[in-house]
Design a binder for this molecule. Structure first.
Ligand code: ADP
Ligand code: MG
Ligand code: MG
Length: 249
């Protein structure tokens, strides 16, 4: 599904990604763990196509297509979704309106017709109930004044409605209390299936008790330096990242 080969990226003359290699087959959930500042968010931004980054080497394939050649909206239409570490506030646009626009722009890019309002409302209600999101929250401008938990639930709601084939979750656990973490994890787990792949970026092991990954990767200084099964996350939690510093992939 996702193939990252020798990816190098820089921002303002500073190299942040230093040769990332990662393959996520269809249906698998891979976790990337690493200390603050190691470049995890940079990786997610580069995959989503955020400007500001210069790709200096490497390639990324999504379902065999060259991702780095696509505009951000083309990547979304191709089935890539990024749940942000810091969700963006959109003042003046009701969450409901934003969601409908996002779905319809994706459908348009795929040559499908607009979703009818009743169908949209039904889809939002179903997905929202699962995530404890009530309609009042959806009338408010997206993320404006939302609590940490509400922002993360809104990200997972977008994901549930867009049904992406490749989901990237950047520190979706940060700022969540244990109840919110359970709700968000349940929403994410409900989206797991044999075709959809996920890249779950986290700083803490606890998220991976709820979203159990197929593979865990350790990220250090702009690269993946170690990969293993879910026990690698426990090992990291116990020993810290120091053991992996300077390790070669
Ligand atoms: P992580 O998500 O692992 O905490 P980030 O990808 O956010 O790490 O950041 C990686 C490194 O890139 C950090 O050292 C950070 O200071 C640096 N960085 C991020 N954004 C910018 C920027 N706009 N300009 C310069 N350096 C940046
Ligand atoms: Mg960080
Ligand atoms: Mg980050």
């Amino acid at each position: 599904m996702l193939e990252i080969r020798n990816l190098h990226a820089r921002i303002e003359d500073r190299e942040i990604l230093k040769g990332v290699n990662l393959i996520i087959p269809p249906g698998e959930v891979h976790a990337v763990m690493g200390r603050n500042g190691s470049g995890k968010s940079t990786l997610s931004y580069v995959l989503a196509g955020k400007e500001d980054y210069e790709i200096t080497d490497g390639e990324v394939l999504l379902d065999g297509e060259n991702l780095l050649d696509m505009e951000p909206h083309e990547r979304a239409a191709a089935g890539l979704f990024l749940a942000f570490q810091y969700p963006i506030e959109i003042p003046g646009v009701a969450t409901m309106t934003f969601l409908k626009a996002a779905i319809n722009s994706q459908r348009k890019a795929r040559g499908e017709g607009e979703l009818s309002t009743p169908d949209f409302m039904r889809a939002v209600k179903t997905a929202g109930t699962e995530l404890n999101i009530d309609t009042d929250m959806l009338k408010r401008p997206l993320n404006v004044g939302f609590s940490g938990g509400e922002k993360k639930r809104a990200e997972v709601l977008q994901m549930a409605l867009l049904q992406p084939k490749m989901c990237i979750l950047d520190e979706t656990d940060s700022g969540l209390d244990i109840d919110a973490l359970q709700v968000v994890s349940k929403g994410v787990n409900a989206l797991r299936n044999g075709n959809r792949s996920m890249l779950v970026i986290t700083h803490y092991q606890r998220l991976l008790n709820h979203i159990v990954p197929d593979v865990v990767h350790v990220f250090s200084d702009g690269r993946i330096v170690e990969s293993g099964d879910k026990d690698l996350a426990l090992q990291l939690e116990a020993k810290g990242y120091a053991d992996f510093d300077g390790a070669a992939a």
